[in-house]
Design a protein around this ligand. Structure first.
Ligand code: 6CS
Ligand code: FE
Length: 314
């Protein structure tokens, strides 16, 4: 497990400088996408590992049983109506309607989602792809409610996690578990295949307490129109759809976003962000204070103990 490289003053180098007043441009990625050494040891097919390496994402259909999905959906509703969670100051609401948009730290506040985060079907796969022990950098429920669920503009998660959370390298990935149907119409995740290999340097400077606005509507750490057009012309745009109980697994640096949801059907997903233990966050690579613990695990970094899934198919 290679620890993040440090220079002679024991500080971590910023290989992915962004929002530092430079014009928008690309930097080639210097980190692998797949860190795993042994293709044969993969918990998924070699073909899927190769597809993830090349495209930056894969979709695993029907990973969870109908009974498991029903449990997740019950928990989704329970948390949404929990008054303590609403009053915690950690719940993000939609800018106009006030509907719940995101609830963070579900791997800590929900016993069911805590168990899910460590499930071998997720954490075991993350350990393999990142070739290291893993911990949860961030977890959240994105409700994307019906009628008025707003978009998530195009971004690279890593650009935010590097600049604002101090994540040194691209050795992290997200697993989005579909809790309701994600179809073409209700604001599914849009991804640009292959874009994980280019780091988009963003313009501007990170404002203080940026998370108070960025989680509702992100305006810093977004690609320029030119950079986005270049990536989309090169890789195209794919819509990640899936029935409830599927998993969309995507690299920390792939360019992605999602449109608003004006249908009556919520597009609700649970997200777990797995970061390699050797890639634990350091000080932010911007001149702002670190983001709060509910958005970025910093003080409670604990490697996950992977639990074999007692998946009760039924
Ligand atoms: O700022 C963040 O960490 C969050 N923002 C987005 C739009 N995606 C990643 C993450 O949830
Ligand atoms: Fe994102």
């Amino acid at each position: 497990m290679s620890l993040t490289e440090r220079d002679q003053n024991n500080t971590v180098q910023d290989h992915y400088r962004s929002r530092s007043g430079l014009k928008a441009h690309f930097i080639d990625r210097t980190d692998p996408v797949v860190y795993a050494a042994e293709p044969t040891a993969a918990p998924i097919s070699e073909k899927l590992v190769q597809q993830y390496d090349e495209q930056g994402f894969i979709i695993l259909e029907d990973l969870f049983s109908a009974r498991e999905v029903a449990g997740f959906q019950q928990e989704l509703d329970r948390l949404r109506h929990d008054e303590e969670i609403k009053a915690s100051g950690e719940t993000i609401t939609e800018p106009d309607s006030g509907d719940v948009r995101s609830i963070f730290r579900i791997h800590e506040i929900s016993p069911l989602f805590k168990k899910l985060a460590a499930d071998a079907r997720l954490a075991g796969l993350a350990q393999y792809l990142l070739d290291d022990q893993v911990y949860i950098h961030q977890s959240r429920l994105n409700y994307k409610p019906g009628f008025r669920g707003k978009e998530f503009y195009w971004h690279s998660d890593f650009e935010t996690w590097h600049v604002e959370d101090g994540m040194p390298a691209m050795r992290a990935l997200s697993m989005s578990i579909t809790l309701t149907a994600n179809d073409e119409s209700n604001g599914p995740l849009l991804l640009i295949p292959g874009s994980q290999r280019k780091y988009v340097v963003c313009e501007g400077h990170t404002p203080a307490e940026h998370f108070r606005s960025s989680l509702k509507k992100q305006e810093y750490g977004v690609p320029s129109d030119e950079c986005l057009s270049h990536l989309a012309e090169q890789g195209g745009i794919v819509t990640a759809t899936g029935k409830p109980g599927s998993v969309i697994l995507f690299d920390c640096n792939i360019m992605h976003g999602s449109n608003g949801n004006i249908t009556p059907f919520p597009r609700s997903n649970a997200f777990f962000v797995y970061n390699a233990l050797s890639n634990r966050v350091v000080d932010p690579f911007c001149d702002q204070a670190p983001r709060p613990e509910y958005i970025c695990t910093r003080r409670q970094i604990k490697p996950l103990t992977v639990q074999q899934s007692g998946n009760n198919h039924g």
